[in-house]
Design a binder for this molecule. Structure first.
Ligand code: SAH
Ligand code: SF4
Ligand code: F3S
Length: 478
């Protein structure tokens, strides 16, 4: 199966130093041509969990006689795997549906379905609000897709938004979409039990559940056998991974899982996301220190630098706790470990001084990278029910800009520190600008570009970095 990464033009940059929308990327699936009868066109919005789910969906539908296509106009089935995290994410999907409508007018046999978090949030209301939609399927109901599609083939609409306490799709081998053949995502858990007051995820993804350790290890081993060099273990809160065998003889926490994946092969790089500051343990940090192939990069979203705001957000840690966790990272892993964050500006009742606390936390930690947003109220969340969304939009945006500007300074500092040093880079792809250059990442997740010479993707290359742009390091192999 030949699959290539297709991203939209405006997102076509090597790597963001300070990016406003981690969930703003859209991925369109590249074609598989195995002579199957029907063609599936699938677009994914939102987080890595959604991209990973689209691989599960494609696997389920492949078995049902669907090849994937990148040509929307000729597709028999169009699926949008949607995101609800901010209002803008939902608006993007609605705009896309109206574009798809014009294709459907020319190709009336085309079926249109919505998957993912927005499907779960809106349920059958989606069918009333968007007449073009035939299918609404929530994140835990993908096994029902074949049945729902035949229902739609029979002239009805299809809806399944049941959430599950058990579903982890453990036995489904994902069809790797848009793969570079080097790095892949492995979903290790689903759902979230945290109830941060701003967040819609617990409502759209249901209760937290961990996937069978053995099925994770099998998936990683299969990827290694297929030539993959990097896996990213995915969950909304990986530190609370907890699995026990049915006979109760085996208990596995996240640190232990991480170690077992790392031990599969020294040539496999292991990454993970997302860590929750309340749950990340010293045991995880020591495990990272013990294994060179566990990447020294921790995404540790702070959200705010002020303890009162953190309490309103129901993050269950305060600033002192967060700073102590950062100190633990520095103590156990040294300065070499990169740390990134998510920040929200203008949360309910946030004062100017409290906003300054976010900036001062950033100055204290000096994040390597951050995803930054202004607060967007989501229906049904704790904050929407209990707190007034009372910060004017201009203020939210101005505070966000101050956060972004500061992060840019810190990201530039980080890039400067990389100059003159040799970085071990896993070559992942051609550079977007030149086929004579390869692009890859170092352990700290910085993008490094270097002359291709005789290297191929999948190689580990030691690169001496001589300069840096806003978001990438440039160097030569040594
Ligand atoms: N599980 C991850 C976050 C997943 S959502 C964690 O706990 O860190 C990704 C990011 O989106 C969050 O970290 C938060 O910064 C942002 N976000 C979530 N809900 C939001 C909202 N209502 N408005 C603005 N940003 C939001
Ligand atoms: Fe949302 Fe909080 Fe769960 Fe992250 S930990 S997904 S922010 S509820
Ligand atoms: Fe969006 Fe759902 Fe992910 S709301 S960020 S797609 S978990």
């Amino acid at each position: 199966m030949s699959q290539a990464l297709l991203t939209l033009d405006f997102l076509d940059k090597e790597a963001p130093a300070a990016e406003a929308t981690p969930s703003g990327e859209v991925r369109i699936t590249a074609p598989t041509r195995t002579g199957r009868q029907r063609k599936l066109y699938i677009e994914s919005y939102g987080c890595q969990m959604n991209f990973s789910d689209s691989e599960i969906v494609s696997s389920i539908l492949f078995d049902e006689g669907f090849d994937t296509t990148d040509d929307l106009a000729s597709a028999d089935l169009v699926l949008l795997n949607t995101c609800s995290i901010r209002e803008k994410a939902e608006q993007t999907v609605r705009m896309r549906l109206s574009q798809i409508n014009s294709h459907k007018k020319r190709n009336p046999g085309m079926l249109v379905g919505v998957l993912g978090c927005m499907a779960e949030r809106l349920k059958s209301k989606f069918l009333e609000e968007e007449k073009i939609v035939d299918l609404v399927v929530g994140p835990d109901a993908y096994r029902d897709l074949p049945q729902l599609i035949s229902q739609v083939d029979g002239g009805q609409k299809g809806v399944n938004v049941l959430l599950s306490r058990e579903e982890t799709y453990a036995d489904i081998t994902p069809v790797r979409l848009n793969s570079n053949g080097v790095s892949a995502f492995i979903s290790i858990m689903r759902g979230c039990d945290n109830m941060c007051s701003f967040c819609v995820v617990p409502f759209t993804r249901g209760r937290e559940r961990s996937r069978d350790t053995h099925s994770i290890l099998r998936e990683a081993a299969d990827l290694i056998a297929a030539g993959y060099k990097e896996v990213t273990l995915l969950g909304q809160n990986v530190d609370s991974y907890k699995w026990a065998s049915t006979d109760g003889t085996e208990h596995v926490n996240f640190a232990q899982l991480l170690e077992r994946v790392a031990l599969l092969s020294p040539a496999l790089r292991v990454r993970f996301s997302t860590s929750h500051p309340k749950d990340i343990t010293d045991e995880v940090l020591h495990t990272m220190a013990r294994h060179e192939n566990i990447c020294k990069f921790i995404h540790l979203p702070a959200q705010s630098g002020n303890s009162r705001v953190l309490a309103l957000m129901n993050r269950t840690y305060d600033r002192a706790w967060y700073e102590e966790r950062v100190q633990a990272i520095r103590r156990i892993l040294g300065d070499d470990c990169a740390i990134s964050s998510d920040m929200i500006s203008g949360f309910c009742s946030e004062t100017e001084e409290e906003h300054q606390d976010t900036l001062s936390l950033m100055n204290h930690v000096r994040y390597d990278m951050a995803y930054m947003f202004f607060y967007s109220e989501r229906p049904g969340t704790l904050a929407a029910r209990k707190l007034a969304d009372d910060i004017p939009l201009e203020t939210k945006k101005r505070r966000l800009q101050e956060i972004i500007d500061l992060q840019q300074v810190h990201s530039a500092e980080r890039n400067q520190r990389g100059i003159g040093r040799v970085h071990r880079v896993l070559a992942e792809n051609f550079s977007k600008r030149s086929k004579e250059h390869l692009s890859g990442r170092n352990s700290q997740n910085q993008v490094v570009i270097f002359p291709r010479q005789s290297f191929v993707k999948g190689d580990y290359v030691d690169v001496l970095v001589h300069s840096a742009s806003a978001s990438t390091l440039l160097g030569t192999p040594v």
